[in-house]
Design a protein around this ligand. Structure first.
Ligand code: ARG
Length: 657
């Protein structure tokens, strides 16, 4: 309705009319769509170029001082006249009294357009107030037919976090958790039906530290990971403690696991030494932990009920524990998928299919895929050759993923699936998608996407190098608490410092992680990320809390704000805040293309900078009553938008300091 009023300022412009000419425009939820449509109409009239060519090249600017939109005249591909001459000509023809735009500003062949303040503040504030938590969301993008609101939602699986049962949650998992939850939120806000999945397939990938540790405890030739489950169960049989398991399953299992691995290495050394001396080691070998673990795992693959029940117990306890931690991060999963979910029969079936379709071949009892046979040149070389099944019949990581992918498609019939996994596994996922394609399921392969990310360097907790998610969060919260204590006065005002430190700590880690491009490595820096200065999580939280506290101090009701006279907001600072607010739906939509949390974060920091520089100019407390209402309504709309952005990122906006 507010947008109807805005449209009415232009002769002949209606929301319905815009929808007809510009099928992707949704002015009812995105104010800039209305501005873009109107600008395209005007420019089309002036230039004779069709609106369908103009609309897509109406671009954003880097900062408010460069305008709200910019059009590069060469992008319209008009032959004959020089672009800067054309720009000049069109600027002269641009209506002096356009209801929505000021006169264009030229720089060479670039035309910059500035939105007029008064109509914008009149519409954007009520719009944000009405939409509240939904401001910025675009329910249309996720529809099978975006132009038909009654059509079905598209379904996406976002697989993320995915730690391994009874193993440390390392930096790679932390990033996957943060980025994946963001992507899931983003798709949900865009109207998709989102399935959040946590996959516990074990890989031999990890960050360097975790890998080193694994090497250290197991020796470099790891072989198949499946056997490690056998080893774990064996360790529990020998030294397990039911009480400790119930209390903290991940911690307990991990300790047992490290211990038995050490024992196994010692045992191996003895065997090696005896071998060197020429002694017969066959009895030793037959009774070794290694062999017992192998046999135990064999029982698992043979689906021995007793062993499977034990395995399920470990898994369930670990998952329950992980769920507690995830809920601290506002994350829930719809499904935990893992080893036991992929049945051996299904794997056998797929194995036959691969053989029948000549995707795989046998070599000495093992099953291989040689990509160089299937793909010419570089593409094949890059993917190399990979083992799917070892000679002893155990299936490997990749095989499980092939089956799991096809299984998921059958179960969910997804339109898209995203794997949020570290870039160390680039090759693994490329091989996976390629195998699906070679099997003849190109349509399914096309729906799959790997979202990768770089490493976290220098991450260690006070406890040492082994990290569980809980430890990481606890460490950050403690550090945060120390930082907060440094300011006695403020600290005294905080109601629940421990809970606040906890949320701020989580925000610190997340914002640091999301500040750069996903693919970049970054160095974990506890001091920098917990600082209230610079573009940090605590700074963002502070900016939000400050807006909340102004609202508390003035004690204006919602009705007061709704009835405020927005035309009182004439200052440049006020208009700039309104211009920033109007960008949010566009930013969110653009984020769906970049899938970079930094797209949202950069915007939020820009906005907080505009807001904080306005406090001295737009005082609320102490202003005349009507002006106070109008300014408060503006700040309140800013708070809503900031909070909405933070929630997409997975942050919990704090109300008080
Ligand atoms: N759990 C694995 C790891 O820790 C990551 C699983 C990734 N997902 C997959 N479908 N392969 O490395």
């Amino acid at each position: 309705k507010v947008m109807d009023e805005l449209a009415q300022r232009v002769d002949g412009l209606t929301i319905a009319g815009i929808a007809q000419t510009y099928p992707n425009a949704h002015p009812e939820i995105n104010p800039l769509d209305l501005y873009r449509a109107h600008l395209s109409d005007v420019l089309s009239k002036i230039s004779g170029v069709d609106t369908s060519i103009i609309y897509p090249v109406v671009m954003w600017t880097q900062s408010l001082d460069k305008g709200d939109f910019v059009v590069a005249v060469p992008a319209l591909r008009i032959k004959g006249t020089k672009p800067d001459v054309l720009a000049q000509e069109w600027a002269e023809k641009f209506p002096k009294d356009d209801p929505l735009f000021k006169e264009p500003v030229l720089s060479g062949h670039f035309m910059s357009f500035f939105i007029k303040g008064e109509p914008l503040v009149q519409s954007i504030i009520p719009m944000v107030r009405q939409a509240e938590k939904d401001y910025g969301k675009n329910p249309f993008t996720g529809l099978h037919d975006p132009t038909d609101p009654s059509s079905d939602k598209k379904r996406i699986i976002v697989e993320f976090s995915s730690p391994n049962v009874a193993k440390p949650f390392h930096a790679g998992h932390l990033r996957s958790t943060i980025i994946g939850s963001f992507i899931a939120n983003l798709y949900e806000a865009s109207g998709w039906d989102v399935v959040r999945m946590n996959c516990q397939f074990e890989s031999d990938y990890g960050n360097n530290e975790a890998k080193e540790l694994q090497m250290l405890i197991m020796g470099p030739d790891l072989g198949d990971w499946g056997k490690q489950y056998g080893l774990l169960a064996l360790a529990y049989q020998r030294n397990g403690d039911e009480e400790a398991l119930q209390k903290n399953p991940i911690d307990h299992l991990f300790k047992l696991y490290v211990q038995i691995n050490a024992e196994m290495s010692a045992e191996k050394e003895v065997i090696e030494a005896q071998k060197k001396e020429g002694k017969d080691v066959s009895v030793l070998e037959a009774n070794s932990l290694d062999e017992q673990a192998r046999q135990y795992f064999k029982r698992m693959t043979d689906r021995d009920e007793e062993v499977l029940a034990q395995w399920k117990r470990f898994r369930d306890l670990s998952i329950a524990r992980y769920k507690e931690t995830y809920s601290r991060l506002n994350i829930h999963f719809d499904e935990f998928s893992g080893e036991s979910q992929v049945a051996e029969e299904f794997m056998a079936k797929i194995a036959d299919e691969m053989k029948a379709k000549n995707v795989s071949r046998e070599d000495n009892g093992a099953v291989l895929v040689d990509f160089t046979q299937h793909l010419p040149g570089k593409a094949g070389k890059r993917l190399g050759t990979t083992v799917l099944r070892k000679r002893d019949g155990t299936a490997l990581y990749l095989t499980r993923d092939v089956c799991e992918l096809l299984g998921r498609h059958k179960k969910y019939n997804f339109d898209h699936m995203i794997y949020v996994v570290a870039s160390q596994q680039d090759l693994h996922l490329q091989q996976l998608f390629q195998i699906i394609e070679l099997l003849g399921y190109e349509d399914i392969a096309k729906k799959c996407q790997h979202i990768n990310f770089g490493m976290v360097l220098g991450m260690s907790t006070r406890k040492g190098t082994v990290k569980f998610l809980d430890d990481i969060l606890k460490d950050c919260a403690d550090h945060m608490h120390e930082t907060m204590r440094k300011n006695n006065e403020k600290y005294a005002q905080i109601e629940d410092p421990v809970a606040t430190a906890d949320i701020l700590g989580i925000s610190s880690v997340m914002v640091q992680d999301m500040s750069g491009k996903r693919i970049n490595n970054y160095t974990f820096n506890m001091d920098a990320m917990t600082s209230f200065e610079g573009d940090t999580g605590p700074y963002l939280q502070y900016a939000h809390a400050r807006l909340c506290s102004i609202r508390r101090r003035v004690e204006l009701s919602d009705a007061d704000l709704n009835s405020a006279n927005f035309s009182l907001l004439k200052e440049e600072h006020a208009i700039n805040i309104a211009r920033m607010l109007s960008q949010w739906p566009d930013v969110l939509q653009n984020t769906l293309k970049t899938l970079e949390p930094a797209t949202v974060l950069t915007y939020l920091f820009k906005m907080t900078h505009v807001i904080s520089s306005s406090y001295d100019h737009l005082k609320v407390v102490g202003s005349e009553a009507e002006l106070m209402k109008a300014r408060m309504a503006l700040y309140d709309a800013a708070r809503t938008t900031l909070a909405n952005g933070m929630r997409i990122l997975g942050l919990t906006p704090l109300e008080s300091r």
